[in-house]
Design a protein around this ligand. Structure first.
Ligand code: 0K2
Ligand code: SF4
Length: 338
């Protein structure tokens, strides 16, 4: 409360849950553990999670981020990001004599397995997701001949299938729940026999963060979402906040990106963060708001989360020895060193 001074009525609504999900926590710890166990450098194919601060911090500790497997020197250790990879990437790594650590979120792996199973049953799979997003590239790679990408309701009219009685939809894990349901409704209208995934593909963390920001958006004049531009789940939080009624919603990587003008005429500010965002970045935003007269913080709690995942199994092996053996194997079979 404002103490002796008159209350300005200015307040912050802080979303719960927000920030790290179980898959991100696991992936970030996996990079740190790999650096401790095997020493730098550890190569990571694609940003381990889509967050600038996380990537910069891990780079300082000796992680090297690359976009293509071919950029990783032979005999190195490479980690795959939380978003998952297509099977062909595992093949590339084996061909390049790389020891691999797979930090794909188990909930992404679950969608990969669904794709494989429906493809084996010869279904046409309509994968709802954002074109070009790393996760969608990985999932599609499991069954490229069976999967058609559907990027929102606008894509439905052009979707074609071989047999409308054998169609299933699957999705990226980090989509807007409401927009996905719109897409599904449109698909069902076109293909009445469309089958739904055996369990939710949009993960618990994505759903819960959207629930919280929805509640917040109903009450807030302004919503600040901490997260990076390329983070699908973070960008969705901005959209959901606006649809829920927030006058404005902005995405920031860091507190210093907040423009003072955003606060003009604002009494209630909502704050949340994407699933790839460390809490320290949220704390910095709250500090900024405190110094601008927003001292009262109320929690808007939409769900309780307790799920955790164990670390990638490869971290229990000696990967430097494996990488050395892979290179030795190559030397033995191709003595000319071509
Ligand atoms: O939301 P995105 O899928 O773009 O990814 P991140 O911001 O890295 O969040 C973690 C989710 C990773 C996989 O689902
Ligand atoms: Fe896994 Fe969901 Fe987190 Fe993605 S957002 S890493 S699917 S828990």
């Amino acid at each position: 409360m404002g103490g002796m001074t008159a209350s300005t009525g200015r307040r912050v609504l802080l979303a719960a849950p927000r920030g790290y999900c179980a898959g991100v926590d696991r992936a970030v710890i996996a990079v740190e553990k790999a650096l401790e166990q095997y020493g730098a450098p550890i190569y990571v194919r694609h940003e381990i999670v889509h967050n600038k601060y996380v990537v910069q911090t891990l780079e300082k500790k000796g992680a090297i981020f690359v976009e293509r497997t071919a950029e990783v020197p032979e005999g190195s250790i490479v980690m795959f990001s939380a978003h998952g990879v297509a099977p062909v990437v595992h093949e590339e790594a084996a061909a390049g004599r790389l020891a691999t650590i797979d930090a794909t979120c188990p909930l992404v792996t679950k969608v990969h397995k669904e794709a494989v199973r429906f493809a084996n049953d010869d279904f046409d799979i309509l994968l709802i997701g954002h074109e070009g997003h790393e996760e969608v590239i990985g999932t599609s790679g499991e069954a490229p001949d069976h999967i058609t990408l559907v990027d929102g309701p606008g894509d439905v009219s052009k979707v074609e299938v071989r047999d409308p009685s054998k169609v299933v939809w699957l999705s990226q894990t980090t989509l807007s729940v409401d927009e996905t349901m719109e897409t599904v409704d449109a698909l069902k209208e076109k293909f009445p026999q469309l089958i739904s995934p055996p369990s939710d593909d949009i993960c618990y963390a994505t759903q819960n963060r959207q629930l919280a920001v929805k509640q917040m958006g109903e009450q807030a004049d302004l919503v600040i979402v901490v997260g990076s531009r390329n983070s699908s789940n973070s960008v969705r939080l901005v959209e959901v906040a606006k649809l829920a009624g927030a006058r404005e919603a902005y995405l920031v990587d860091f507190a210093d990106e907040i423009d003072e003008s955003w606060l003009e005429g604002v009494t209630t500010v909502g704050v949340t963060s994407g699933a790839s965002v460390p809490e320290i970045l949220v704390e910095q935003v709250l500090e900024y708001l405190t110094t601008h007269g927003f001292e009262d913080v109320e929690l808007v709690k939409a769900a309780e989360e307790s799920i955790t995942f164990s670390l990638p199994k490869e971290l229990r092996r000696d990967l430097r020895a494996e990488a050395a053996a892979l290179v030795a194997g190559r030397t033995a079979t191709t003595p000319s060193g071509e």
